[in-house]
Each structure stands twice: as C-alpha cells, then as structure tokens.
Design a protein around this ligand. Structure first.
Ligand SMILES: C[S@@+](CC[C@H](N)C(=O)[O-])C[C@H]1O[C@@H](n2cnc3c(N)ncnc32)[C@H](O)[C@@H]1O
Length: 214
C-alpha cells in the first residue's frame, strides 16, 4: 500500500525487516514518477522495535503482516511502537484476515494462490499452498508454500513452511486499549462494514488520544 498511498499524494515511510522485500519495493518504486518516488522512504526495521524519531497522522500494519509475530507479547510490542509513532489524534490500523477464516480452513488441500513472474529469475511461476495444521489453542496455522517455476522437464519446485498466528477480535481490541489507543473500531472489510463472523477481514482501528492540556 506504500506506492498507492504515495500516488494519492501522501508522504509514506515503509518499513520491513527483510532486505530482500525492501529491494523488491525499491524496484517497484523505480518505475514510478519522480514525484511519487520522492514521497516514499523505505527503511529496514522490526515492527516490534523501531524508532523513526517522528510521528505520523496514521500508522498501518497492512496485509496480515502481524501474522508473522509468534506470540501475543510480540503483538503488544508492535502496538507500543505504533503508539509512539502515531501523533496525538492520529490513527493506528492493523489489517488481518478474519480469525474465523483462519481457524476454519481446509487442511491438506493444495490450493492455487497466484501466477506471475519470479522476480529473481523472470520465469513464469505458479504459487500454491497447503494448510498443514491448525492449532486453535495457540491461534496458529502452519502453511506449506509451494512455487512451481517454468514448465515440463525443466520445472523447478521451491517449498517452505511457515507458521501464522492469527488475531482474535477481543484480543486485538484489548491489546489496543492496553497500549493506550481509544475509540477502537473493528471493520470486516475495506468499505468499513462492521466486523462479523462472516467477514473476510478484521481491520482494527484505534486513535491515539489528544494530549491533555493541564
Ligand atoms: C504479508 S507480507 C506483506 C508485504 C508487503 N508489506 C505488502 O503489503 O505487500 C508480510 C511482510 O512482513 C515482513 N515481516 C515479518 N516479520 C516482520 C517484523 N518482525 N518486522 C518487520 N517486518 C516483518 C515480511 O518480511 C513480509 O515482507
């Protein structure tokens, strides 16, 4: 969402702890106009522990990226960082896949995800995945990611497994409150529909309170 926001005229700082992901983002950014490029700064950092030395009107963790955090305490640390970087009156937004969807996925079925070019080789690649295990007590799904590059005899297969820890609505709201955020809302999609069990997303929004004058 960094580049679409910059295209809309916003100044954006994008943070990721993978140098590889930042390099992909830089390559995408290089295809934008100088005006858009100049609005974006990409920085390496851990979402649980970063200090940019400034505050923002809004701080987002998009695309279910908090699912990479293994424990509730990691999510708390991340929210504390968001709080420090939101200006008084500013917003924090945590966008994840709905917990109901995460907890009720079919285990073992190979599912197509997308097709595209492997940015490292330029070869056509299909991405599939398979849920290996769902552990509801620790809100975790183990996923096998499979990439099929090229066709026929020269086809190469890449696989890796990753755990994703989902966020329950009550947990997210409680942690935002504990961090100091107020006016917390839970939406079920990007059109601001309220969150329900049928929703595809859980989009949590909190506001850092205005500083009180003595
Ligand atoms: C679902 S991808 C989203 C990628 C990109 N931000 C986007 O929206 O297209 C999750 C990203 O989170 C990053 N990530 C995982 N753990 C992180 C952490 N502790 N701190 C910062 N980034 C992290 C990964 O490197 C990965 O790029």
């Amino acid at each position: 969402m960094t580049i679409p926001l910059a295209r809309e005229g916003f100044e954006v700082v994008g943070l990721d702890f993978s140098e590889h992901v930042l390099a992909l983002a830089r390559a995408k950014l290089n295809r934008e106009s100088a005006e858009v490029r100049n609005r974006v700064t990409l920085v390496p950092g851990d979402m649980r522990d970063f200090e940019l030395g400034r505050t923002f009107a809004a701080v987002f963790v998009p695309n279910a990226s908090v699912f990479h955090l293994p424990e509730e305490s990691d999510l708390s640390q991340c929210l504390a960082c968001l709080y420090r970087h939101a200006r008084p009156g500013g917003l924090a937004v945590v966008d994840v896949v709905s917990p109901h969807r995460m907890a009720n996925q079919e285990v073992g079925r190979l599912a197509p995800v997308r097709e595209g070019l492997n940015p490292a080789t330029g070869l056509p690649t299909r991405e599939l995945n398979r849920k290996l295990r769902i552990e509801r007590d620790v809100q975790t799904v183990r996923v096998e990611h499979i990439y099929l590059e090229g066709e026929g005899a020269s086809q190469r297969t890449y696989r890796f497994e990753q755990d994703y820890r989902w966020v329950e609505q009550e947990e997210g709201v409680r942690l935002l409150e504990d961090t100091g955020f107020a006016a917390i809302e839970a939406f079920g999609d990007y059109d601001r529909q309220p969150f329900t069990e049928e929703a595809s997303r859980l989009i949590l929004v909190g506001r850092r309170p205005q500083e009180r004058t003595p």
